[in-house]
Design a protein around this ligand. Sequence first.
Ligand code: NAD
Length: 322
Amino acid sequence: MATILVTGGAGFIGSHYIQFMLDHTDHTVINVDSLTYSANRFNNIDAELNPQYQFVQVDLTDPLQVSQLFDRFSFTDVVHFAAESHVDRSIHLGAEPFLMTNVMGTYRLLEEVRRRGIERFIQISTDEVYGDFPHGSANEETNLSPGNPYAASKAGADLLCMSYANTYNLPIIITRCTNNYGPRQHPEKLIPKMIQSLRAGKPVTLYGDGSMQRDWIYVHDHCTGVEAVRTKGNSGEIYHIGSGKPIPNLEVAKMVCDFMKASYSLIEFIDDRPGHDTRYCLDNTKINQELGWNPTMTWEDGITTTMDWYQSQTVWWSGVKY
Ligand code: NAD
């Protein structure tokens, strides 16, 4: 039986991964999170009474806290979701928290893992590390070319992970995923932000002309991809997780308007974000052929489920911090 350290489990994707693990395995899951503004601890995860689960508040940038955490538990696996995750904040509020958590926080974990040993370390990363990809799709060999401070901090963490796998022969694997959507995503992100605006009768804003394309994956599919990699992936490898179908932001906005019976006249175009990448797209061939993983949720079903969920929540919205 594994004892799995999941970092960032009070946030969006980490909380779904923990719920998935509690529902489908007997493993012990230790959720470690510093509870930044993007966490919504009690509303994102309802497992406090589950004997398989424990929450520990730890700031991964603090070496003493991280060391004490590893003194307290004998982890077999680390699945590292914790991050500063919002590109706009990395541009407008400054990159330092991104460098501290995404690079230094990862370094603190790697150092503990190097000293103590581990069976598996999964670094959860993003398609953003490849930068703008106007045509075709990036594969796992594509050069990194991050186009914003968030992406650069994730690329830095990925490189550090690969260097530790190579230098210390550690069982580290990187997953890089496309844009996630689904219940419990912080409303600073595109889809819940649009839903929140329309609920309040306000316009939804899109950068530039709305033609930027992102490849959207339902959060549950991301979790099954991570679990396929944790259980069947090869150390030192990188695996892509995505749907392979980029969609323009304007099309996403129109679908949200349709669902909420709002006029397209509520879609407003604002000045583009500095350095805005026009398109991301990942090639999923490797994870599909080597590990047999595929996403199962269609965009139409996923977006409907997501919007239904946000519409039915009241307590969850009240737990959102900025
Ligand atoms: P999120 O912002 O919802 O959650 C991040 C969590 O990390 C929060 O609970 C926060 O409190 C915690 N955290 C931040 N700093 C910490 C620190 N110093 N110590 C401990 N915990 C800390 O983010 P998310 O959308 O769930 O993303 C999770 C991971 O997935 C990130 O690594 C992100 O780069 C990656 N990713 C996200 C997407 C996406 O579309 N959201 C796509 C690809 C990859």
